[in-house]
Design a protein around this ligand. Structure first.
Ligand SMILES: [Zn+2]
Length: 663
């Protein structure tokens, strides 16, 4: 994404780092406006971090955010299409009624009892006060009845006081149940942001606190971006509802845009969120003038008046129609060039990364229609990968997928699972070792190289499995995945014949019990991921046995999420061996954290839920979710929601919805 901001801003932006996102995929929700069931359709991503310039580009393409969840409604398919609306704050004209709201607030602060001073001005003098003058009027007066503290802008953060205000507002105004309002929900929705913000930042996610007589009476959540200020949410103390704070805050924010505009000439718009023509409570956002709506196809802005007349007749309006068979405003998938996408990576679940090319190219390839995803199981000997293959075979068969296992590990004897293709039919480890006088490791290397030379043998056999979901069981020797290129070349050979592969890397959970081993496992996982260049899922296997291996220093989540390794480093440096390599260990931990790519899922093959979870992760990793709103995908979203990872978009309440202030 290229920001159109000036060079100096671009430089500022780079300090915020890269944008990292993972795909949440399409989702359907009940509509919060017309109460339709599953009629609100959007596409979501999780933003782990995002530059302000990138977010500006996204909201100018119809996206909005709720915490770190970013979503783009499908205006064509949804019942109540949500059009992005913006106001040019530098040209804002207040209507008479809007002025009343502003004066009401000022009168309250200055004191109701004080009558307006008679104007000592000539009778023919028409007083034209700017918005900024009106907003700051109470501050100029020496004595006010109520003390309005300069409205404070600060980087978004959690405080008990803010949460108390939020809880009171949600329960009283939105009729939320008290037990449904939680600190974690508030944080996820209104404190978390992918935009990096600190006290030195001009741009980012901020809270604007309204403090009257020392008490927090309202809070605005806003994003300040290179070209606009975007309103995320507004809440107020219901005891002060007589002040019309919902409306008043909009003037405050418009005024803020005008003030920022003096410093940043590109920043001149105020984004009020979405305009919904069919919802009377929302459509007075269009009463702020001059406002534009975003054309959902061309992303050009048109005056709201042009839209309004058309919106009375049809809910989906574009001034730039084009023939297409994909959602409005998306790139034509056929126009995408692989070269352009080679350097684009997406995170696919915390810490797991995949080249977007793996996801996008299958949209256009023939095999995409098969909706079949195949995967490669790797992992050191004894990591439980053979047991997993057998478990996965049974699980996938049970959920109705046609499965086949291909064993490519020449050291696998006594294979427990039904084997559709077995490398032993091509070459056996025993023969190799005998004839070439090689040890087991050298023998396996030779077998894998031999397989690479005879890829035709494999591809011929695979033709019979065309409509199957294929699991490839690879040998576990780590050097095959970290140094040697034969496995990588075999995988590329499979991709050439349209296999969509996901690498599943099994690691025995007992490594968690020893800090040094754990760190070496992380490094191996990292190296394997980089070497194989495949969408990747790391799995801690046999977690059910973990307690029997010894005591963990931290809870399991510490290990699966690869949290702050400095803690582990401490215990590592305690033992005699570790201390010798203190510097090296520190450097290794830094490396792992710099990449922050490694994380683990857990697996216990006997546990059906554990298998289900892992399979969903694998499907998601391979872009299976891009198959559209199929049954399988919905269940992925459902699981994600159950796990509390998904913000219900219809819950993203808009300001003013409750406020029937008469205009
Ligand atoms: Zn609706």
């Amino acid at each position: 994404m290229s920001g159109q901001s000036s060079d100096s801003e671009e430089e500022d932006m780079s300090n915020y780092g890269l944008s990292m996102v993972s795909i949440a995929g399409p989702s359907k929700h009940d509509c919060g406006y017309c109460k339709g069931k599953n009629t609100s359709i959007s596409f979501g991503i999780w933003a782990h971090s995002m530059t302000c310039a990138d977010y500006q580009d996204l909201i100018d393409r119809g996206w909005r955010r709720s915490g770190k969840y970013l979503y783009k409604p499908d205006l064509e398919k949804s019942c109540c299409p949500q059009y992005t609306i913006r106001l040019d704050a530098t040209k804002f004209n207040m209507t008479k009624n809007q002025k009343k709201v502003l004066h009401k607030f000022n009168r309250y602060v200055k004191g109701n009892c004080k009558a307006e001073l008679p104007a000592k001005k000539p009778a023919n003098y028409v007083q034209v006060k700017s918005l900024q003058d009106s907003i700051h009027e109470p501050e100029e007066q020496e004595v006010n009845e109520h003390k309005l503290e300069q409205i404070v802008l600060e980087p978004s953060s959690f405080t008990k006081e803010k949460f108390a205000l939020y809880a009171k507002y949600q329960v009283s105004i939105h009729h939320d149940l008290e037990e449904d309002v939680s600190e974690s929900g508030f944080t996820r929705f209104l404190v978390d942001s992918p935009l990096k913000t600190n006290n030195e930042s001009d741009f980012g996610s901020f809270h604007q606190k309204y403090i009257v007589d020392g008490k927090l009476i309202a809070l605005a959540v806003i994003d300040i971006l290179p070209k606009c200020i975007s309103s995320v949410y507004f809440m107020y103390d219901p005891d002060y509802s007589f002040l019309g704070l919902g409306k008043y805050s909009a003037f405050r924010e418009i005024c803020l845009v005008q003030e920022y505009n003096k410093k940043f000439s590109d920043l001149k718009y105020y984004y009020m969120g979405f305009y919904i023509h069919t919802c009377p409570k929302m459509n007075y956002k269009g009463k702020y003038s001059p406002s534009d709506l975003l054309d959902p196809v061309s992303y050009k802005w048109y005056p709201i008046e042009n839209f309004k007349s058309k919106l009375d007749e049809t809910s989906f309006v574009t001034f730039d129609p084009i023939e297409r068979d994909y959602p409005p405003g998306w790139l034509d998938p056929k126009s995408l060039k692989e070269k352009e996408l080679e350097n684009v990576f997406v995170l696919i679940g915390d810490g797991r990364i995949a080249p977007i090319i793996h996801i996008v190219k299958f949209r256009t390839s023939k095999s995409f229609k098969k909706n079949i995803l195949d995967y490669v199981i790797v992992g050191p000997p004894g990591s439980g990968k053979t047991t997993y293959c057998w478990g996965a075979y049974q699980y996938l068969t049970a959920i109705g997928r046609k499965v086949a296992i291909v064993n490519l590990d020449p050291a696998n004897d006594n294979i427990p699972y039904p084997c559709a293709i077995n490398i032993a039919d091509l070459i056996t480890l025993e023969d190799t070792m005998n004839e070439l006088s090689l040890g087991p490791n050298g023998g396996i290397m030779f077998c894998v190289e031999y397989l690479l030379k005879n890829m035709d043998w494999l591809t011929d056999k695979l033709k019979e499995l065309e409509d199957h979901y294929v699991l490839f069981d690879f040998p576990g020797q780590v050097e095959l995945f970290t140094h040697h290129s034969a496995v990588k070349d075999i995988l590329h050979g499979l991709e050439k014949i349209d296999y969509r592969l996901v690498a599943v890397n099994m690691v025995d959970a007992h490594y968690c019990t020893d800090p040094a081993k754990y760190i070496s496992v992380l490094l191996l996982a990292l190296k394997t991921m980089i070497q194989l260049e495949l969408p990747h899922v790391n799995v801690l296997s046999k977690v059910d046995l973990i307690e029997s291996y010894g005591k963990l220093r931290f809870n399991l989540q510490y290990y699966t999420d690869v949290m702050d390794l400095s803690y582990l480093l401490e215990s590592l440096n305690e033992d005699a061996f570790g201390s010798k390599f203190k510097k090296l260990n520190e450097a290794l931990c830094d490396l792992i954290q710099d990449f922050s790519l490694v994380g683990f899922y857990t697996l216990c093959v006997e546990d059906k839920d554990s298998m289900t979870r892992l399979q969903q992760v694998i499907d998601k990793t391979g872009g299976f979710v891009f198959g559209g709103l199929t049954e399988g995908n919905e269940s992925i979203m459902l699981t994600a929601m159950k796990a509390g990872y998904h913000e219900d978009v219809s819950d993203v309440q808009e300001r003013w919805m409750e406020d029937d202030y008469d205009y």
